[in-house]
Design a protein around this ligand. Structure first.
Ligand code: C5J
Length: 226
């Protein structure tokens, strides 16, 4: 059976599997100086470093006609979908909804909330705005995956231990075979990224698998040829 050389063991790709790539929150708010990520005191260069790799993964998956999803963390302009707990948390220079360098922080439709141009969705790809950390919470992601008969999810994006890991755990509980792409995900805290990778694949893959972009693309090629 085609597979991806992954950890903790081969990630099998049955011929009949439907595979989707989900790219989490590669938006200006988390990647550019002056956005929400930096307002919270983070060094965004740690996150921007993965952009070329995510682009390569995205283009490889596009070439193989996989379903592609992008998520975008953001709130309605009246912040009615933002819990008080989230509004108060962080204590950075700027809070959610405040005017920032690229419009209001983490508000849907504002320039800072857009996916960065290098990774912007193209026609046919699905953009999932999400008010929470997990991409299944209060969104139609599950409906969209079911409509496409998706069974396998390749996951990339930022930040590894927050929105990426939350989404992966939500997907795992819903029965999706999940693989986190090691070099296409980043954290502002490299040690948290490393810990997440280890958590995911511990106990024989309790949350799923991890593999590099090269391993993913190689495995997908063998799956496509079958
Ligand atoms: C955070 C995210 N870290 N996309 N969001 O607030 O991980």
């Amino acid at each position: 059976m085609p597979s991806i050389a992954a950890q903790p063991y081969e990630y099998e790709l049955p011929i009949e599997s439907e595979i989707a790539l989900i790219v989490i929150d590669m938006q200006r708010d988390f990647l550019e100086p002056g956005g929400f990520g930096e307002a919270l005191g983070n060094d965004v260069e740690l996150a921007t470093a993965i952009v070329p790799t995510v682009k390569r993964l995205l283009e490889g998956c596009r070439a193989m006609n996989l379903s592609i999803f992008h998520t975008q963390e953001g709130h309605r302009s009246d912040l009615s979908d933002c819990p008080q707990s989230k509004l108060k948390r962080g204590r950075g220079n700027l809070a959610i909804g405040d005017p920032g360098k690229f419009g209001r922080i983490l508000v849907l439709g504002e320039p800072g909330n857009e996916i960065i141009p290098e990774l912007a969705p193209i026609p046919g790809e699905v953009l999932i705005p999400k008010p929470g950390k997990g991409a299944f919470y209060s969104t139609d992601l599950e409906v969209q995956l079911i409509a496409r008969n998706v069974t396998h999810l390749l996951i990339a994006g930022v930040t590894t231990e927050v929105c990426v890991q939350t989404t992966m755990r939500e997907a795992n509980d819903r029965g999706y075979e999940c693989l986190l792409v090691e070099d296409a995900t980043a954290s502002y805290f490299p040690e948290f990224k490393q810990a997440t990778l280890e958590m995911v694949r511990a106990q024989s893959g309790i949350v799923g698998w991890t593999a590099t972009t090269d391993q993913v693309l190689e495995g997908l090629r063998s799956w496509k040829e079958n």
